[in-house]
Design a protein around this ligand. Sequence first.
Ligand code: NDP
Ligand code: GDR
Length: 372
Amino acid sequence: MNRKVALITGITGQDGSYLAELLLDKGYEVHGIKRRTSLFNTDRIDHLYHDPHEPDQRLFLHHGDLTDSTSMLRIIQRVEPDEIYNLAAQSHVAVSFEEPEYTANADGLGALRILEAIRILGMEKKTRFYQASTSELYGLVQEVPQRETTPFYPRSPYAVAKLFAYWTTVNYREAYGIYACNGILFNHESPVRGETFVTRKITRAIARMAVGLQDELYLGNLSALRDWGHARDYVEMQWLMLQQQTPEDYVIATGVQYSVREFVQYAAAELGVTIRFEGSGVDEVGVVEKVESRETRLMPGQVIVRVDPRYFRPTEVETLLGDPSKAHAKLGWQPRTPFISLVKEMVRSDYQIARRDALVTLAGFTALEHHE
Ligand code: NDP
Ligand code: GDR
């Protein structure tokens, strides 16, 4: 039997790396699109990549960019994928307020460029398409919990761009019969989550504070509520959605919600630290109440979390809570990783990194002192 061929845009990102691993495990030939950057940006997939001169290569990388339709057309023509997973995006909501035009181009028109390439190349019947849609589409929520039928109300240039991509995917499915699906994914995290998203920012800071590399953590809206799952569980659904008889859109979520404030408390608890929040508004602080572990240098009474309004967004999405019952009923999917295990895995991974960084810093200083 012929091996299935998948093309992943955004393979160097969090989801791309988990999905590439999953598809390679399933025996796929996997092609990924990477951007030319001034620094190496393949850290997350380096463990999957082999020297191209070795036999039995199954992972291939191509230079391309979602904002460059000729590169997308050329790669799709050359790879002839059975499945395309469009995961690439300027994915940071706050950054989208700073770079709205670029975000619209990559996140909105990017999906259109791929779907047009499928059409231009006459691959409507061959190539299945997955679009990385998002719970940010719900923005100012109209219904709790949010499901596939909940009306959208985007609250950022990112969400508006993703709304365009969502409807373009639906339209190309209806107009040209392309097997195209939207996965409406709620926040999902992992140890390789980008360091400026709030969960990773928190776990990284808690770990660095524990080893004495950082004193404080500045956050924005502590009351924001999110439905956080594990990226590893969610990429499985991305694949499942493309294996059905008919293409449909699905909400992927855990159905459980926590605040940013609670995330801080759970993360600190993993290293034996109890955090108490006091004060309100921009004066709210997170204070160490109790320390019950020798893994951290933090001391009771220390203020370790402060609010910096710089991280507030012009329009905020205050609360998101998904209802994944359609994915469960139709595809038998349910999230495997409970919130507490997700937090634990992220803190433990960042703690290892912080300990290594602390050692390097210490050794560096020692070496410098020796030379002076
Ligand atoms: P990341 O930010 O970790 O990864 C984004 C990927 O897109 C990177 O590989 C990046 O490449 C690539 N990329 C960015 N701009 C372009 C461009 N112009 N052309 C080609 N590639 C580009 O995101 P995640 O893995 O977390 O998310 C994957 C997708 O799912 C995104 O579309 C995101 O918007 C969406 N999503 C994510 C959710 C989450 O909670 N993680 C929830 C719902 C949706 P480089 O490495 O060069 O920067
Ligand atoms: P989000 O994720 O905007 O939901 O988008 P993020 O982790 O950036 O923010 C979640 C919530 O935390 C609040 N917050 C902070 N956020 C960041 N980044 N930094 C802070 O210091 C901070 N303090 C508080 C935010 O205001 C927000 O309410 C993610 C991305 O992965 C999108 O690509 C994806 O579509 C959605 O999840 C679902």
